[in-house]
Design a binder for this molecule. Structure first.
Ligand code: HEC
Length: 159
C-alpha cells in the first residue's frame, strides 16, 4: 500500500509543474520583449540626455552657480571678465568692428568690449556661454571651466 502513494504525488507534481509552465514561458517572453524595448529606450534616453547636458561638449548650467555677494576668488570685471570677453568674443563683438563681415555676423550693438553693454546683457551672455554653450559659434572656444567661471561671475553679481 505504500507504492501507489508516490505515483499520485508524481502525477500531482507533474500537473502542478505543467500548469504554470506555459504562463511562465509567456512571462519570459514578455520579460525579453520588455528588456529589449527598454534597452532601446535606455540607449537613446541617456544619449539624448547627455547631449543636452553637454551642448557643444561642455556642461550646461541652467541653475545659479553662486549668489550675489559670494566669494568668487577675486574674479571681477577688471581681473577676469573683461579678459574673458577680449580673448573669446571681441574678435566679432567689438565696438571697433563695423559691418556684418568684420563682425563675423555678430549683431550690431552687442559689443563686449563695452562694460555697460555687457552689464545690460548679462542674462543673454550667461545663456549662450554657460547654458547653450553656442558662443563663440566657431573658431577658438573657451574651456568648460572658463565657461563655468563666467557664469559664476554673473551669478555672483558680476562684481
Ligand atoms: C566668430 C564670431 C563670434 C564670436 C567669436 C562670438 N560671437 Fe556671439 N554672435 C555671433 C553671431 C554671428 C551672432 C548672431 C547669430 C546668433 O545669435 O546665433 C552672435 C550672437 C550673440 C548673442 C546674441 C544671442 C541672441 O540670442 O540674441 C550673444 C549674447 C553673444 N553672441 C555672445 C557672445 C559671447 C559672450 C561671445 C564670447 C564668449 C561670443 N558671442 C563670441 C558671432 C560671434
Amino acid at each position: 500500500m505504500t507504492t501507489p502513494a508516490p505515483k499520485r504525488i508524481e502525477v500531482r507534481d507533474f500537473r502542478c509543474g505543467l500548469l504554470p509552465f506555459r504562463p511562465m514561458r509567456f512571462a519570459v517572453l514578455l520579460c525579453l520583449v520588455a528588456a529589449v524595448s527598454s534597452c532601446g529606450d535606455d540607449d537613446s534616453t541617456p544619449l539624448d540626455a547627455s547631449a543636452d547636458a553637454r551642448p557643444f561638449g561642455c556642461p550646461s548650467h541652467p541653475a545659479p552657480l553662486a549668489n550675489p555677494g559670494d566669494d568668487l576668488g577675486g574674479d571681477t570685471w577688471e581681473t577676469f571678465a573683461s579678459g574673458f570677453f577680449e580673448t573669446w568674443c571681441t574678435r566679432c563683438h567689438s565696438s571697433t568692428l563695423v559691418g556684418a563681415v568684420a563682425r563675423g555676423g555678430a549683431p550690431d550693438g552687442l559689443n563686449w568690449d563695452d562694460e555697460a553693454t555687457v552689464r545690460e546683457n548679462l542674462d543673454l551672455i550667461r545663456e549662450v556661454v554657460g547654458v547653450t554653450n553656442e558662443m563663440p559659434p566657431r573658431g577658438d572656444k573657451p574651456s568648460c571651466d572658463d565657461r563655468e567661471r563666467l557664469a559664476r561671475w554673473i551669478d555672483g553679481g558680476a562684481p
